[in-house]
Design a protein around this ligand. Structure first.
Ligand SMILES: Nc1ncnc2c1ncn2[C@@H]1O[C@H](COP(=O)(O)OP(=O)(O)O)[C@@H](O)[C@H]1O
Ligand SMILES: O=C(O)C1=C[C@@H](OP(=O)(O)O)[C@@H](O)[C@H](O)C1
Ligand SMILES: [Mg+2]
Length: 176
């Protein structure tokens, strides 16, 4: 069983997922990293060369594998919830946490980042608003928990998530 992060690009899935794994002493994996290893090139390059549909096929295969085999924390890519089969696999096989961020929050964090192909457009803010509109309901459908990420620091969010998981009885309780 795994703890799985979903959310918009720049919502903190990779950063918070890695820190939470460290805190809990669990293995961490980022599905985008596994995809890049399988492709032998960057996601950005693959998107440009083969198109989004081909990328989504590889992503679906990797998510199917990871959700069956990874015992630990998984950070997904922002589009991991687009396919119904992915949403079902994520929800049924893991404890899914949606890191909810507004388009404004994520724009602030990733506007200088050139590695995210979907945001390399003339008006990234408009693109983020559109992504949010389409995806917010899909992230909610896949998720068991929704965490608001607007103001809190990464460390605070990791504390909040640890508490939520403890309250839900999903972590071993510390003996005192
Ligand atoms: N709660 C937060 N507060 C401030 N910066 C954050 C927060 N969450 C993420 N970041 C920063 O935003 C950027 C994008 O985070 P990342 O983990 O790559 O997002 P994702 O994997 O969801 O696309 C990173 O530079 C990260 O340090
Ligand atoms: O939102 C998306 O569709 C994507 C988000 C990226 O991951 P991050 O959410 O980590 O940026 C990566 O999987 C790919 O570029 C597609
Ligand atoms: Mg990421």
């Amino acid at each position: 069983m795994s703890i799985i992060f979903v959310g918009l690009p720049g919502s903190g899935k990779t950063t918070i997922g890695r820190q939470l794994a460290r805190r809990l002493g669990l293995p961490f994996v980022d599905s985008d990293h596994v995809i890049e290893e399988r492709l032998g090139c960057s996601i950005r390059e693959y998107f440009a060369r083969e198109g989004e549909d081909n990328f989504r096929d590889v992503e679906q295969q990797v998510l199917d594998d990871l959700t069956q085999t990874h015992e630990g924390v998984i950070a997904t890519g922002g589009g991991a919830v687009l396919r119904p089969a992915n949403r079902q696999h994520l929800h049924e096989r893991g404890h899914v946490i949606y890191l909810r961020s507004t388009p404004e929050d994520v724009y602030r964090r990733v506007r200088h980042d050139t590695a995210r192909p979907l945001l390399q457009v003339d008006d990234p803010m408009a693109r983020l608003r559109a992504l949010y509109g389409t995806r917010d309901p899909l992230y909610r459908e896949a998720a068991h928990f929704v965490i608001e990420t607007g103001r809190p620091s990464v460390a605070t969010l990791v504390n909040m998530i640890t508490m939520q998981l403890e309250l839900a009885g999903l972590l071993p309780t510390k003996s005192s």
